[in-house]
Write a protein that binds this ligand. Structure first.
Ligand SMILES: [Zn+2]
Ligand SMILES: [Zn+2]
Length: 260
């Protein structure tokens, strides 16, 4: 039996984040920082629609993750899940939502389980582990530091979507002012290419072969630099790895053979 995961990364990075994910028979959206029309068009390109989305998961209330929430939610029948801090935004916008507790495996749709875990950032961020049968996908962005708790969720996944935000040299020599550079580098900022590569190497050593690099900085990173850093850490070993473009309407497909 093969496991099936399909992803349309509508957008990724500080200009806007939103991803459509199919995990077996379930169809979900993570974050809503991309315009409704773009999402609709990309879904239609692949014979899918906003109506198909059953549940929406929000990582946190930074503008690049939430700015199009009202428009998108008004055009779906999906249930919306978030943490307490993000729920304040939902209340202000009169949007119905469900709160997810930390570290509590919850069946949100028939056969779709989700566990939320805390990610260090300068807002309250949730990472997610989604599970349908024995197919699992982990999602972590806006992550200042990788830690064992997060890693223990990632290592259960078949596909890991992980932030590879900046190249340390590009950040250091780039256009941002001292305080913004310090914020990005801090323990509550964003994960660098180097930290992402180290994490992926450790996950690959445990047998995980499917990755998607996300939330790349437009100013302090390039897709080829992020990819090369990870491939170098893997010693150019063959893995399924994609890099999220800033905007995209492509459908990525992961077919994972269940070889036990
Ligand atoms: Zn962000
Ligand atoms: Zn953020």
């Amino acid at each position: 039996m093969n496991k099936h995961i399909k992803i349309i990364p509508f957008g990724s990075g500080s200009t806007g984040n939103s991803m459509y994910i199919e995990i077996e028979n379930h169809r979900i959206l993570v974050d809503m920082g991309i315009g409704m029309r773009k999402i609709k068009q990309a879904l239609e390109k692949h014979s899918r629609s906003l109506n198909d989305i059953e549940a929406i998961f929000i990582t946190h209330d930074h503008y690049d993750h939430i700015k199009n929430a009202p428009a998108i939610i008004n055009n779906t029948k999906a249930l919306v899940y978030c943490n307490e801090e993000t729920s304040e935004y939902m209340k202000n916008k009169n949007i119905d939502y469900c709160l997810l507790s930390l570290n509590d495996k919850k069946e949100v749709l028939e056969g779709l389980f989700v566990e939320a875990f805390k990610v260090p950032h300068d807002r309250y961020v949730y990472g997610y582990l989604f599970e349908v049968g024995n197919t699992r996908l982990a999602y972590v962005t806006d992550c200042g530091t990788m830690n064992n708790k997060i890693f223990n969720y990632l290592k259960k996944a078949d596909v890991v979507i992980i932030e590879s935000n900046h190249d340390l040299d590009m950040l250091e020599n780039g256009p941002y002012d001292y305080y913004l550079k310090r914020r990005i580098r801090s323990k509550n900022g964003h994960l660098s290419n180097a930290d992402c590569a180290t994490t992926i190497k450790k996950l690959n050593d445990l047998g995980i072969n499917n990755f998607l690099l996300a939330h790349l900085s437009r100013e302090n990173n390039r897709p080829e630099i992020a990819l090369n850093e990870t491939l170098k850490a893997l010693d150019n070993k063959q893995v399924n790895i994609y890099v999220c473009p800033v905007e995209s309407d492509e459908l990525l497909e992961y077919r994972i053979s269940d070889s036990i």
